[in-house]
Design a protein around this ligand. Structure first.
Ligand code: HEC
Length: 92
């Protein structure tokens, strides 16, 4: 009987810890990503394998396709990719 109560107490404590952690982390975008602008991400990532392409190189539609292609190569998150595309489209 005593052990049973103990197990329940431990489980309850675990449940509280888990939900507190979930509340704190939530679905928030990590600050490191949220803080970076598209221009910054472009400057830091798009020159790792080749010269960072000039925004004027392509039209809006072409940037959609090109960066989607680089999304996989550069291993960017969806959020980062979106920011880079928005930056390139705003500057072309
Ligand atoms: C991991 C290496 C790598 C990174 C990082 C990278 N690229 Fe590339 N990129 C390549 C390679 C390799 C090619 C040529 C071969 C190919 O197209 O697959 C290329 C080609 C391109 C081309 C030519 C057209 C095309 O779609 O093939 C464009 C435009 C381009 N990259 C833009 C970007 C942009 C914008 C970024 C930043 C988001 C980026 N690249 C980051 C490796 C990379």
């Amino acid at each position: 009987m005593k052990t049973r109560i103990k197990t329940k107490t431990i489980l309850a404590a675990l449940a509280i810890t888990v939900s507190l952690t979930a509340m704190m982390n939530g679905c928030a975008v990590p600050e490191s990503i949220a803080a970076k602008s598209g221009a910054q991400l472009w400057g830091e990532n798009c020159n790792r394998c080749h010269n960072a392409p000039d925004p004027h190189t392509f039209s809006d539609d072409q940037w959609d396709a090109a960066v989607e292609h680089m999304h996989q190569k550069a291993i960017l998150t969806d959020t980062e990719t979106k920011k880079v595309v928005e930056f390139l489209k705003s500057a072309n």
